[in-house]
Structure formats: C-alpha cells, structure tokens
Design a protein around this ligand. Structure first.
Ligand code: PLP
Ligand code: COI
Length: 339
C-alpha cells in the first residue's frame, strides 16, 4: 500500500499510476488499453467539446479488514451507463467490457485503495465521450471510454455529520423530460451556479425542487433525497433525478429492517413532518441533513436534535458501509471482489 495520509484525503483528483481506455471507431469497440498518461488527445471538433456528448459514472473500491478489495453493485453502474449513453445517442460500451475495465483499473492501482478503518476509498470514474469531429448537431461516429481512479475521503467535509442545505427556487438542474435522469456532464454544469449560491451562503449543497411546479423535492445536490417518518423510508419519484444506486440499496435495507418504503412525490411542506432527512449517493454515502432553509419563503426545517444523525439514518449507514467494507455478510450479493 502507498504511504498516503488516508485519514485526511479530500474528495478530489489524486494522481494514480494507470487508467484504462477503449476506443470505438469504424463501427466497433477496440481492446481495453492501459495508459500511464493523465492526458487525452482529441480533435478540436469532437462532439463532447461542442455538443456535450459526455456521460459518466461513479463508484468506489473498498478495502476490508481481510485486506480484500470489494466493488459494490457495479452491474447497476454498467446498466446506468448504458441508459445514459443511449439517452445521448452515444455508442455504449458492452457491459461485460465495462466491468472488466473497472476490475482492471482497480487491480492496476491496488496500492492506492485506502487502508481499512480510515473511511477513505478508491473512487472510480468511468466516462464516455464523443470524439468524432462534427460541426452540425449530430451524434459522433467515434467514442472514447476511459476510467481513472483516485483515493478519496468524504464528499461532504465531515463525513457522517449533519449538514445544512438550501432550497434553490431560481435555478433548475434539469427539466422534467430533460437529461436529469442520465448521468451527463451537462446536468452538473447546470448545477454550478446554484451550488455556488449555496456555498456562498454557508450551505453544503442545494436542494432542488421539481422544475415545473416547484412543489416537490427532486434531489439534494449530487445525491438523492430521503425522509424518514412513522417507520417509513420515503424518497422522491421524479423524471428529472438520477436513479441512485445507493438509494436503491437503502430501500432494500430499510425493507429488511421492517420499514415501509414509499417512492412518490414529496411536497416541500412535508419536510415539517419528517423525523429524519438525508442525502444519499456513492460520494455522499448517507449525509444526514440538519437544516433545510427555504430562503425565498422565509422558512426553515430542522432535524438532528443535539446535532447528531438520527437513529434510522445511523442504522442504515452502518448496514450499508459494513456490507461495502465486508464487516457484514453480503446477503444480497452486492459485492464483487477484485482478485
Ligand atoms: N444524484 C446525482 C445528481 C448524482 O450525481 C449522484 C451520484 O452519483 C447520485 C444522485 C447518487 O447516485 P449513486 O448512489 O448511484 O452514486
Ligand atoms: C457520485 O456519487 O459518484 C457522484 O458522481 C457524485 C459526484 C458528482 C461527485
């Protein structure tokens, strides 16, 4: 293992030794290639540069107490990347090749998978870009698929500690029938202004509302939203949010704990009735929310008495992370080992 201060890693780019690439040209995908370069060369008229033909994924590799390296639900990431690629009329990489590429990049950089017990992980970032030259608005005929990996600490600075978030009423991240449900770079570009406003006002991130009516909760920055009340796990149904794999796991774990699960529209005012609320995602894991501030309506909603995560969020967090790090049996078959 590399000699890195795992405990104090930010969630940021960190150079590792290898990345894995694959090119689509002349109607077919080539072989996976291993590269040590951090740079890519491409045509200045590539469609990813002009028309945003770019989709990506995010997942993590976890080192267990037994020193084995685990990947988590990568088949779901493979499926979502296919969906995102199809959504932007891009050639998708066959899912078995996607999975091989992930295992390969992790194996090649295994010395960068953080030590067990530090809370840090190896973040894996696959991306797919249109690299063919076009000037008219049309899909590329050539694509590059690339995966790099970086050791990271928690996305929200303090890890499993409550954060405050802000409702943003004058910016939308995605349209009701737009690309919000795909993991495309453009959605994140569209979120930057509101994120900046949230940060400038001292909030960890933005809570987006549905773009049509501004009535229902959509997403919490780069993560899905959930609320807990009356032994029920409630998460928004929406055509403009990314279907989170972490959220999918939490609905299963909540059901395993004997909770009811509801996926439905969640009106903003319902915040008043929740016992706990949180954000969930690969990078965010579970981030408990302490306060939701609706500045424009001069309202706020408070949770996390004594500044501590609620009991259900804590239980879900412990269950999820103990499967990811191999401390609990993988009863749903979510883990893939990198040997
Ligand atoms: N929503 C958005 C906008 C995201 O960027 C992410 C991160 O991937 C998520 C939700 C959470 O998805 P997942 O749990 O699959 O990482
Ligand atoms: C993830 O959770 O993997 C994400 O992609 C969030 C990211 C935009 C930081």
């Amino acid at each position: 293992m590399k000699n890195i201060d795992w405990q104090h890693l930010p969630f940021n780019y960190f150079k590792t030794d290898y990345n894995v690439r694959c090119y689509y040209k002349d109607g077919k995908w080539g072989d996976l290639e291993v590269s040590t370069s951090e740079f890519i060369e491409m045509h200045m008229a590539a469609t990813c540069l002009h028309y945003g033909q770019e989709v990506f994924e995010g997942m993590k590799a976890y080192r267990g107490k037994d020193d084995r390296i685990r990947l988590f639900r990568i088949d779901e990431n493979a499926k979502r990347m296919t969906r995102s690629a199809k959504g932007l009329l891009m050639q998708n990489l066959p899912e078995d090749k996607f999975i091989d590429a992930i295992k390969r990049v992790v194996k090649l950089n295994e010395e960068y998978v953080p030590a067990y017990g530090t809370g840090a992980t190896l973040y894996i970032r696959p991306l797919l870009i249109g690299v063919g030259a076009e000037v008219g608005v049309r899909p590329s005929k050539e694509y590059l698929f690339l995966i790099f990996a970086c050791p990271v600490g928690p996305y929200f600075r303090d890890g499993f500690k409550p954060v405050d978030i802000m409702i943003c009423r004058d910016h939308d991240r995605a349209a009701p029938l737009g690309t919000g449900t795909y993991k495309v770079g453009g959605n994140y570009a569209a979120s930057l202004t509101s994120l900046q406003i949230a940060h400038d006002n001292g909030f960890a991130t933005t809570l987006y509302l549905d773009a049509r009516e501004k009535k229902y909760i959509d997403e919490a920055g780069p993560a899905n939203f959930f609320g807990i009340k009356n032994n029920t796990y409630i998460t928004p149904e929406s055509t403009s949010i990314l279907p989170s794999i972490t959220n999918l796991c939490l609905t299963q774990l909540a059901a395993d704990m004997g909770m009811k699960v509801e996926r439905r529209h969640v009106p903003v005012e319902e915040l008043e009735t929740f016992e706990e609320v949180g954000a969930c995602g690969t990078a965010a894991v579970i981030t408990p929310i302490r306060k939701v501030v609706d500045i424009d309506n001069n309202r706020f909603y408070e949770f996390c008495k004594d500044n501590k995560p609620g009991p259900v969020s804590t239980n879900l967090y412990n269950q999820l992370t103990s499967i990811q790090f191999g401390d609990q049996p993988d009863k749903h078959n979510w883990v893939t080992f990198v040997e």
